[in-house]
Ligand binder design. Structure first.
Ligand SMILES: N[C@@H](CCC(=O)N[C@@H](CS)C(=O)NCC(=O)O)C(=O)O
Length: 209
């Protein structure tokens, strides 16, 4: 059994979606970020930067894994799904791009544009512009292949999709990006994605463009 320490955020949803996709038995332990539960000493033992998501694999000697990209790789290797050995070089590149660029930049856009509008024109303009570029670049990539790392749905898509699922907050107009919105909608139809998206069981529906 996998224990998932998480909160209802794009990084959190990556892992619930992956767990639903691979069909591993899991339970969710909620970490209330607003209450600062991520800073509790017990949680910091498994999450050195006080961040969700983290997993404990109770079937593998209570192995703990932090960082969503590392968790996706671990679960991909464990299940032999969505992380084919032969495609790993491509998958790793798109996964690292999500971890190091797409997620952190969209996260800043959420901070300036969605949560704190009016506080910094520079921050709002800067991240709006870069997120627009990210939409364009992903759209161009998805004109060349059905999924980010090629013709197969992989952990790179699972990592990126929950960030695009916040498209209403982005105000960029997902439907103006045909390839990106087709990819988004295709993935949004998957049963595991619908279930993993609502892993907090609040009846949360996937926002459609
Ligand atoms: N690179 C990390 C980022 C994790 C992260 O930023 N988690 C946020 C929620 S999405 C968090 O736990 N924030 C709590 C805090 O910063 O206090 C990953 O992908 O796992």
């Amino acid at each position: 059994m996998i224990e998932l320490f998480s909160a209802d955020t794009p990084n959190g949803k990556k892992i619930s979606i992956m767990l639903e996709e691979v069909g591993l038995d899991y339970k969710v332990t909620k970490v209330d970020l607003n209450k600062g539960e991520q800073f509790q000493p017990d949680f910091r033992k498994i999450s050195p930067f006080s961040k969700i998501p983290v997993i404990i694999d109770h079937k593998n000697n209570k192995e703990t894994v932090f960082e969503s990209g590392a968790i996706l790789m671990y679960l991909g290797e464990k299940s032999n799904k969505f992380y084919d050995q032969k495609d790993r070089l491509k998958i790793n590149q798109w996964l690292m791009a999500q971890m190091g660029y797409v997620g952190p930049i969209i996260g800043q856009h959420h901070q300036f544009h969605h949560y704190n509008p009016g506080k910094s024109k520079f921050g709002e303009d800067r991240y709006f512009k870069i997120v627009k570029t990210i939409y364009r670049d992903l759209d161009e990539r998805l004109a060349q292949s059905s999924y980010l790392a090629g013709e197969q749905y992989t952990i790179a898509d699972i990592a990126t999709w929950p960030w695009i699922a916040r498209h209403e907050w982005h105000d960029i107009g997902l439907k103006n990006y045909n390839n990106l919105s087709n990819w988004y909608l295709e993935i949004a139809k998957r049963k595991a994605v619908i279930k993993g998206y609502d892993f907090m069981k609040r009846g949360e529906a996937i926002p459609l463009p």
